[in-house]
Ligand binder design. Sequence first.
Ligand code: PBG
Length: 326
Amino acid sequence: MVTFDRHRRLRTTAPIRDLVRETHLVKADLIMPVFVDATITGKEEIASMPGIYRYSLTSVLDEIKEIVALGIQSIIIFGIPDHKDDVGSGAWEENGIVQQAIAQIKAAYPDLVVIADTCLCEYTSTGHCGIVKDHQVLNDESLIYNTKTAVSQVKAGADMVAPSNAMDGFVAAIREGLDKAGFQETPIMAYSVKYASSFYGPFRDAADGAPQFGDRKGYQMDPANRLEALREAASDEKEGADFVMVKPAMAFLDIVRDVRDRTNLPLVAYNVSGEYAMIKAAAHNGWIDEAQIVKETLVGIKRAGAGLIITYFAKDVARRIDKQRW
Ligand code: PBG
């Protein structure tokens, strides 16, 4: 008889399968996004993201309490301001919505790692991630305001900033700004590889940050490009990033692996709003098994090489880990 390999020996029982499992998802991998909104009282569910809410300053601590109780150690915070203008002043004002929320959260939960998303798109009247003149998003002018935003967030108590505005030189500019303000020890989690993706659709509803004209293709990346992703990650590492990120995750797992193989920095993947919405919608219709699909998705992201995952499923996953329902 032709000899063959018996791979099934290692699959015979659940305990044996447990012994040989190569990828494990743990709570410390998870970063939960949190939206704070200056225009509401209480909380409002985001229509295209069932189970995810925007919180007022008065209601956000209840959500944080729940996140902490579930054993999640880190959040990333986004703001919806009550005013928008040309320079996105709501992003960097001392009493901006995110600054106030960070101060309040850190006062109540000093051990929670609070990461501030650093961008202008929710705060500019154009909905673009930077300063616009003659329908152009200006790179270097935008860096000035992004740096102001990062510094104000750290002054308010953020443990880390995560710049997502996709301008060239954003890590260098923010590093210099933080250092000058005395925050040499504050890490930068750079959205290094950020594709111009339709998977951000529900987020733009949530954060009211859709561009008012044009699109983001002049600063976010073409999904067709791989080598460009490696150049972006290399630039951010050279400029002093402490983490690099790939975003979105599910359609870009090859990029996660490629970046993992080329940097020694911690690697983050962002399982974005559209990925969440698709799974929730299909599960709502009874077409898929949500828990199993989420597990497969997040384990796949880890297996591809991400050490950390920003995911709207973080709370659901933490609950299932507690109940050992994986
Ligand atoms: C801000 C920002 C966006 C996301 C994270 N930070 C929107 C965008 O780039 O258009 C998207 C996150 C998600 O879809 O879950 N620039």
